[in-house]
Design a binder for this molecule. Structure first.
Ligand code: FES
Length: 93
């Protein structure tokens, strides 16, 4: 397990701990968060493949939608939001 430098990231209205070398998805899972996105039908989605293939872990990261959090390193100060596909012009589901 990585024991890199600790810092905080913001997810919606809460702050969680992250470590240097972790992906955003790893940080969220380590904090007990499982729902990263909601489909147009409001179904919860989170990490499925963990290797950048399925796109289920997409979130809004620093204002950019559809970021695969399993492939994106957590960075100090990054701001992440749950993605609600119903509120966006998304092609999936
Ligand atoms: S969990 Fe499949 S792309 Fe991130």
């Amino acid at each position: 397990m990585d024991s890199g430098e600790k810092f905080e990231i913001k997810i919606d209205d809460i702050r969680i701990a992250a470590r240097k070398g972790q992906t955003i998805a790893e940080s969220l899972l380590a904090s007990g968060l499982r729902v990263f996105r909601r489909t147009k039908q409001n179904a919860p989605r989170g990490v499925y493949c963990g290797i950048g293939i399925c796109f289920e872990c997409r979130m809004i990261v620093n204002g950019i939608p559809n970021v695969r959090t399993c492939m994106t390193p957590a960075e100090p100060g990054c701001e992440i939001s749950t993605q609600y596909d119903a509120a966006m012009d998304c092609t999936n589901e």
